[in-house]
Design a protein around this ligand. Structure first.
Ligand SMILES: [Zn+2]
Length: 121
């Protein structure tokens, strides 16, 4: 499992979102697994998301979970359904109400992906 988590973390550090795609059934999943959660086929393929999706939920965080996050408080956390299918948790820039079309922040290099409203250009 460690090498799967590393694959996701390395993509996030590059400002990209990696997800898994099952060539047998087409299922997509954001959580790295050694098998497809839908049909249990081993070794799903890796793909990179286009970086667009729809906001499902959004909340503001006013307490830092660790000292590393203290300087970011308050910050938004959002759930985004990627256009490719997987649901990812991300940081938020701007108002990301449910239903808002969102795009990956350019040059975002955080521990989590960062999304902003598409309307921001
Ligand atoms: Zn499958």
């Amino acid at each position: 499992m460690k090498h799967l988590e590393t694959h996701v973390a390395q993509a996030t550090a590059r400002g990209e979102i990696a997800y898994q795609h099952c060539p047998a059934c087409g299922h997509t999943q954001a959580q790295a697994r050694p098998f497809c959660l839908a049909c249990l086929r081993p070794d799903p393929d890796w793909r990179l998301a286009r970086g667009t999706g729809t906001v499902v939920a959004h909340t503001m965080q006013y307490r830092a979970p660790t000292d590393d996050w203290r300087s970011r408080v308050p910050y938004g956390v959002t759930l985004v359904d990627l256009d490719e299918g997987p649901r990812v948790m991300a940081l938020a820039e701007g108002a990301l109400n449910p239903g808002t079309r969102a795009i990956l922040c350019p040059g975002g290099r955080h521990a989590l992906p960062c999304f902003k409203p598409v309307e921001d250009g």
